[in-house]
Write a protein that binds this ligand. Structure first.
Ligand code: BTN
Length: 328
């Protein structure tokens, strides 16, 4: 049996178990429903155990007693509703950086939508050469290989689009208002809950591929954050007091992002600007923008149709296509 068939069968098994802790079915009925021999069923139970789903057998009855928070091929496929993104999944317990591996895979021809996800990163990378704290089991650290037919100048729009899809995912699943901090952070109550690292391989006038890397703090407690991040970072758990199934959150994000991305490939970022502005942190606030060696102060006026940040400064309107914004 191929891995894909195993995953499909295991998913059917989970469904007939009721897909929840406490769910169950009679052993004989499970064998019948899955057309499986007792040995095959035992293998399936072992397989599920390795993926974090514990099935207990007693008195001819099977019960799902534990669902681990795993972010592996099986768990993601269990929730996956996207049609293009995540069709190919490379999942790891530990990796240097999912962006680096996704880049290597893209160079080897990995198809559009390939997902690289790791339970922990040992060399997670942030923007501007920073590192990204990626401890095991608590966050979502993943990268997507995208191959849009766009001009290189349009690629930064993908960061904004990702931030929008993240904000939307947090809003719809966690019922929490998430804001977008230009150009590519997601915040809850003024603290960073997710960061995006978009990397581009291109020729002068055409994109080869784009790697969109996302770090989303999911189940960290306050004390899980290192001292330097405690006041600046947050997680979905800290904000909602609820532990989230990371694979479910990831699958939901992929669905939201795919929906936006298919439109982006046809019409660019312009149709999304209003919605991004509506969710923008710092709109109307006085900020300092560091762009390369330049530092500009001004009031955030909004976004241009191409996603550039517009500042109202003493000397007129300033347009930034990249940089780091801080409240004054
Ligand atoms: C930032 O806010 O500076 C961007 C952080 C991006 C972190 C993610 S985690 C998954 C992917 N792999 C990396 O090495 N970085 C991105």
């Amino acid at each position: 049996m191929t891995k894909k068939d195993q995953i499909e069968l295991a998913n059917r098994f989970l469904t007939i178990l009721g897909d929840r802790i406490g769910g169950g079915i009679a052993l004989l009925e499970a064998e019948k429903k899955l057309s499986a021999t007792p040995t095959q069923l035992r293998h399936l139970i072992e397989l599920l155990g390795g993926w974090g789903y514990k099935v207990k057998e007693s008195d001819g009855q099977l019960n799902l007693v534990e669902v681990g928070d795993f972010v592996n091929d099986f768990a993601i496929r269990h929730y996956l509703a996207a049609k293009v993104l995540g069709q190919k999944i490379h999942s790891y317990q530990s990796l240097g950086s999912t962006n680096t591996t996704a880049w290597q895979l893209a160079e080897q021809g990995a198809p559009e939508g390939t997902l690289v996800v790791a339970d922990r990163q040992t060399a997670g990378r942030g923007r501007l050469g920073r590192s990204w704290h990626s401890p095991p089991r608590v966050g979502l650290w993943f990268s997507l290989v995208l191959r849009p037919e766009i001009a290189p100048a349009e690629a930064p729009g993908l960061s904004l689009l990702t931030a929008l899809a993240l904000a939307q995912t947090i809003q719809s699943r966690c019922r929490m208002e998430a804001k977008i901090k230009w150009p590519n952070d997601c915040q809850i109550a003024g603290k960073k809950v997710a960061g995006i690292l978009t990397e581009l391989s291109s020729e002068m006038d055409r994109v080869n591929f784009v790697i969109v890397g996302v770090g989303l703090n999911v189940n960290q407690t306050k004390s899980d954050f290192p001292a330097g991040l405690k006041t600046k970072a947050t997680s979905l758990f800290v904000e909602t007091k609820t532990k989230w199934q990371r694979a479910e959150v990831l699958a939901l994000f992929l669905k939201e992002f795919e929906h936006f991305y298919l439109q982006f490939k046809k019409s660019g970022i312009a149709p999304f600007i209003k919605e991004i502005e509506r969710r923008m942190a710092l709109l109307g606030q006085k900020v300092k923008l560091a762009a390369g060696k330049e530092v500009i102060t001004g009031k955030v006026a909004g976004l241009a149709p191409d996603g550039a940040l517009l500042l109202e400064t003493k000397t007129g309107s300033y347009r930034a296509i990249s940089g780091e914004v801080a409240v004054l």
